[in-house]
Design a protein around this ligand. Structure first.
Ligand code: GDP
Ligand code: MG
Length: 331
């Protein structure tokens, strides 16, 4: 095997991570992303060991449709966080990037100041690689970064699909970036994603866009009043921002700080962290079940056949799933 794929012992990963060794951190993240059984044995051991050293960071998710300005925002906003003394780890998940690698390259060029800072670690995830394990791999990467001493974890995710909910369930604070559009401000935006957000920032509020952004801000803020309040009593705030001139950055830091104060009062943050752990457990059950399913002899082939039958319309997805599960587990 080529040297870059060689594995260390759980001990060596652990010591390297605790010493803040970036190279070893990167190799450990590659390890937790791996679906090889031999890797899983080491990574389970490693995760067990680092767990007591996790949980001290702020976990922040940043989402929004491609092109809304997530990477550019993180590049500038991240510099402000670093000036405030944060050690910043950035994990990016882009389910569209596994085919072209285009977005990952784009992200790299868009974070070139951050990527040179000693206080910053950037890791694009190998999205789509693991069998439904993207959520787990991201969560585990986050925990490894915490154990390596990072104090803020930013997870950038594209505002589409299942990865949204997964990321929502592993972060404390979820920031939705939106564009001020012409016409109906709410068009095309899934209500579900807005409901998940702890704050919404209208991006690219600069130059000729400022007025439009302010209008969008008011309109979203009004729309949010129609949603039932979050169970913790937090009210989603809507702001405007520009990654070109940093407008709105101080306000966004203010919202995040207020959010943590709100959550830390009366034990809500620890309840939230408990919820994240339970979610992790359940995600792992789904993942392990699926892995076991696919490891059962003949199941990959059987799955292919049922997929074809579903596409031909000779069976329904529900019936196909039942057939496969019965076949795999005799249930
Ligand atoms: N005018 C303006 N353009 C921006 C701003 N933020 C990002 N952009 C541009 O919007 C495009 C998409 O940005 P990017 O950060 O890659 O979006 P992502 O796909 O959400 O990560 C790029 O061409 C950026 O230069 C901003 O605050 N103001
Ligand atoms: Mg991006």
């Amino acid at each position: 095997m080529p040297a870059k794929f060689s594995r260390l012992s759980a001990d060596d990963y652990f010591n390297g991570i605790r010493a803040g060794d970036r190279m070893i951190l990167s190799r450990a993240i590659t390890l937790v992303e791996s679906t090889l059984l031999t890797d899983k044995a080491i990574s389970d051991d490693l995760l067990e060991r680092i767990l007591p050293f996790t949980g001290q960071a702020r976990r922040i998710g940043i989402t929004g449709v491609p092109g809304v300005g997530k990477s550019t925002f993180i590049e500038r906003f991240g510099q402000l966080l670093v000036r405030e003394g944060e050690k910043l780890a950035i994990l990016t998940i882009d389910p569209t990037s596994s085919k072209s690698h285009g977005s990952i390259l784009g992200d790299k060029t868009r974070m070139d100041v951050l990527s040179k800072l000693e206080e910053v670690y950037i890791r694009p995830s190998a999205a789509g690689s693991a069998l439904g394990g993207v959520a787990n791999a991201t969560r585990e990467a986050m925990l490894l970064c915490e154990a390596a001493g990072f104090t803020t974890i930013l997870i950038e995710t594209v505002g589409v699909g299942q990865s949204e909910t997964s990321v929502r369930n592993m972060v404390d604070f979820f920031l939705l970036l939106m564009l001020a559009g012409a016409g109906d401000e709410l068009q095309g935006i899934k209500k579900g994603i807005m409901e998940m957000a702890d704050a919404i920032a209208i991006t690219k509020s600069d130059g000729a866009n400022i007025q439009e952004s302010e209008k969008a801000r008011i309109s979203y803020q009004n729309a949010l009043h129609l949603f039932p309040p979050d169970e913790s009593g937090w009210i989603t705030e809507v702001l405007t921002t520009s990654a070109l001139d940093g407008a709105g950055f101080e306000e966004i830091i203010g919202v995040i700080n207020r959010y943590y104060e709100h959550m830390e009062s009366s034990g809500r943050l620890s309840a939230l962290r408990n919820h994240q752990k339970i979610q992790w457990l359940n995600d792992l059950i789904d993942y392990l079940q699926r892995r076991q399913f696919l490891a059962t002899p003949g199941m990959k082939e059987a799955l292919k056949l049922q997929e074809q039958a579903v596409l031909k319309g000779t069976t329904s997805p529900y019936k196909a799933a039942r057939t496969l599960v019965e076949l795999a587990w005799n249930v």
